[in-house]
Design a protein around this ligand. Sequence first.
Ligand SMILES: NC(=O)c1ccc[n+]([C@@H]2O[C@H](COP(=O)([O-])OP(=O)(O)OC[C@H]3O[C@@H](n4cnc5c(N)ncnc54)[C@H](OP(=O)(O)O)[C@@H]3O)[C@@H](O)[C@H]2O)c1
Length: 240
Amino acid sequence: MTKTIQHAVVIGGSSGIGLATARKLLGPGMKVTITGRNEEKLKSAWKSLGGAAEKAAFDASKPDEVTRFFERLGPFDHLVLAASGGKGLGPFPTLDLSDIGSGVEEKVRPQLSCLQAALPTLNKAGSVTFISAVSAQLATPGVAGIAAINGMLLTVVPILALELKPLRVNVVAPGVIDTPWWDFLAEEQKQTIFADYAGKTPVGRVGQAEDVGDAIAFLVSNGFMTGQVLTCDGGLRFAA
Ligand SMILES: NC(=O)c1ccc[n+]([C@@H]2O[C@H](COP(=O)([O-])OP(=O)(O)OC[C@H]3O[C@@H](n4cnc5c(N)ncnc54)[C@H](OP(=O)(O)O)[C@@H]3O)[C@@H](O)[C@H]2O)c1
């Protein structure tokens, strides 16, 4: 008997959490396509997967490119939405409120736009996993902007789980994870921030991309999980 091979697409799969997710999902029963904007970065990610994945470079914030990608891709089973956005951090009194709009354009809209464009070809028995952030669940000064952006993704998930059923729709909310997302900081500053968060986090460390990749792979594979927010933060949510 031939075993059915499923196909997962990881938008933002060329780095960090998306790449770690692709590594977890790839296997005899799962074909994976990774995407990103930067072709060089994508190629190096693809090489790190032993050339075993498919790859496609496009900008998920550009609707025409999104539509073209899914039209070319054809039928597939699982969609992981890991494209990043970094706007909205900082104390509220001095927060540039235009960063909230930019954050929505960089993160929320691309994730929703990919799902919408994917619907005609995404297997109804499959899954979609958004990536939000634990900032949307924290009462911590300095995260109001980024929480507003990420909170949108937490809000839509239970609605979409009903509206798009039987497609399963979930979201992972990562805590502080050591990925290139933090490369806007100088190395020393980054290590100081990580040490501070490690001290506050019940498990005593910041996360690795693989920690979140595991959580996403669980949601992809467990056919009884839908409408859920899976927080993967080492307990930071309760301690920050
Ligand atoms: N790291 C953390 O501490 C943390 C915490 C909470 C939530 N998150 C969330 O987790 C998700 C993954 O972040 P990460 O930490 O893995 O960051 P990362 O290492 O910077 O990876 C981001 C990925 O998204 C791709 N990407 C960004 N914008 C894109 C676009 N417009 N179109 C297509 N691809 C795009 C990037 O490739 P290109 O640049 O080549 O396009 C890259 O593959 C993000 O949504 C982030 O907000 C991260």
